[in-house]
Design a protein around this ligand. Sequence first.
Ligand SMILES: Nc1ncnc2c1ncn2[C@@H]1O[C@H](COP(=O)(O)OP(=O)(O)OP(=O)(O)O)[C@@H](O)[C@H]1O
Ligand SMILES: [Mg+2]
Length: 455
Amino acid sequence: MAYKILVIDDEKLIRWTLEQHLVREGYEVVTADSAEKGLQLINEEAPDLLLLDNRLPEMTGLELLEKLNVPERGIMVIMITAYGLVETAVKAMKLGAYDYISKPFNLEEITFVIRKALEAGSLRSQVKQLRGKVDAIIGETDMMLRVKDLIAKIAKSDATTVLIQGESGTGKELVAKAVHSGSLRAERPFMAINCAALPLTLLESELMGHEKGAFTDAKAAKKGLFELADGGTVFLDEIGDMDISMQAKLLRILEEKSFRRIGGVKDIKVDVRVISATNQDLSRAMNEGRFRKDLYYRLQVVPIMLPPLRDRGRDILLLARHFTDHFNRECHKSVQGISKEAEQVFLSYPWPGNVRELKNVIERAMIFEIDKEIMPEHLSPEILEQHAAPMDSSLTPVSLDCLTIPESGISIEEVENALVKKALEMAGGNQTRASQLLKMPRDAFRRRMKRFGLI
Ligand SMILES: Nc1ncnc2c1ncn2[C@@H]1O[C@H](COP(=O)(O)OP(=O)(O)OP(=O)(O)O)[C@@H](O)[C@H]1O
Ligand SMILES: [Mg+2]
C-alpha cells in the first residue's frame, strides 16, 4: 500500500509541484491550503506524513503542531521553513516534527527526507506496537519484568523456537501472541492448535495437511497449519500431551524446515516460528519416557517460565484492578476498585487457576450491585475459606533462583536476608503469608525483618 502524504501550503504552485512530484514517486497525495483544512484532512485521511509550511494564513504550522499532539498520533511531520529561520525549525522539532527543510528546496532533497522519515516512522510504529503488546501483559514484579524483557528480545530475533512453561491460566497464550505480534511476522498468521484435544491422526493432518485420497475421508487436498502459517507463527499448545510418534514427526519438521502432506510426495518448505506451551513438567515427562529429549532441547531454545499467580505478590492486585477496569468497560459499570479486606483475601488465596481464575472471580464479583468497591462478600465461599486455611506446602515451591553464590562467597546471614525479602515480595508484603512461605513462626519472621532493617 502506498504511503499517504498530506501537503499543507498556501501557495498553489508549491502544492501543485509537490503533488506532481510525489505522485510520480509512488505516493498518494492530498493537499490543503490552510491549517484548518489540514487538520480536517489529518482526521479524515489519516496520512502517514505531513509536509507542513509554517507560514500559513490565520493559524501557523507551529500552532497546528501544538494542536496535533504529534508523538501520540504517530504521524511523521516535515516542516517547511523560510530560509534562515532556525528558531522555527527548533520549535517544530520540539513539538515532535521529524525534520525540516528550508525554502527554497529542491525536489531531490524533499524525496530523500521523506523516505528517511517514513522509514523511521514504520520503525517507530513497530516499536509502539510491540510495546503495546508487552504492555497488555500486566506485571511489575521482578519475575514478570524479566519475562517482558525476554519477550521483547525474542520478538526481535526472528526465528528462535520458544517454549513457554507455566501452570494452567498463567498467561501462556497471551505471551505467545505478544511474541508474535512484536515480531516482523506480525502481519502474517498466528495459528494455534491444542495438541491435547485431538486424536493422533487428526492432529497430524491438521498440522501437515493431506492430499486428496490420502485416507478415506480425504475428499479433497487440505493445507495443514504449517503451510497456512507460512511466514508467521505456529503455537503448539499443551505440547506435553503430544503423542510420542507425532513428536518424532514434529522434530523432523523443525530440523528440516520442510515436510510432506499426508499421502503427498512433494517436500513443502515453510518458514514458521514455533512457539509451544505446556503446563506439565516436561523434564519429568522426559524422565518417564513420555517426551523425547531431542525434541525438548529443540523446542526450548529459549525457555520462558511463567510463575504461578500466588508467587507474584502485588501483581495480584494490579491484575485485579486491571480486570475490574476491563469489566467496567465491558458491562458499563463503575466499580471503583478493590477494598482493603478483599485485597488481603486476594493476596493470601493460592490461586490454583492463576490469572484466568482471578479474571473469573472479578467478573463474578461484578455481577453484584456494588456500591463502591469489591468487598469480601462479593467473593465465593471457597475463596474466603481457602484464604483462611493454611497453605498446602506442595503448592508453593520456593524458588532459589533469586540467589546465586558469588565467587567471593556469601554468608548464611545474607542468604536469610535475601530469602526474607523474596518471601515478602511473593506475599505482596503480607507478613503472615511470607512467614508461612518460609515455614517460620510469625514472630521469628518479624525478628528477622527487624534485624535486616525491613521494619
Ligand atoms: N499478565 C497478564 N496480564 C493481563 N492478562 C493476563 C495476564 N496473564 C493472563 N492474562 C489473561 O488471563 C487469561 C488466561 O490466560 P492464557 O489463556 O494466556 O493462559 P494459559 O496459560 O494459556 O492457560 P491454559 O494453560 O489454561 O491454557 C486470558 O484472558 C489472559 O488474557
Ligand atoms: Mg492456553
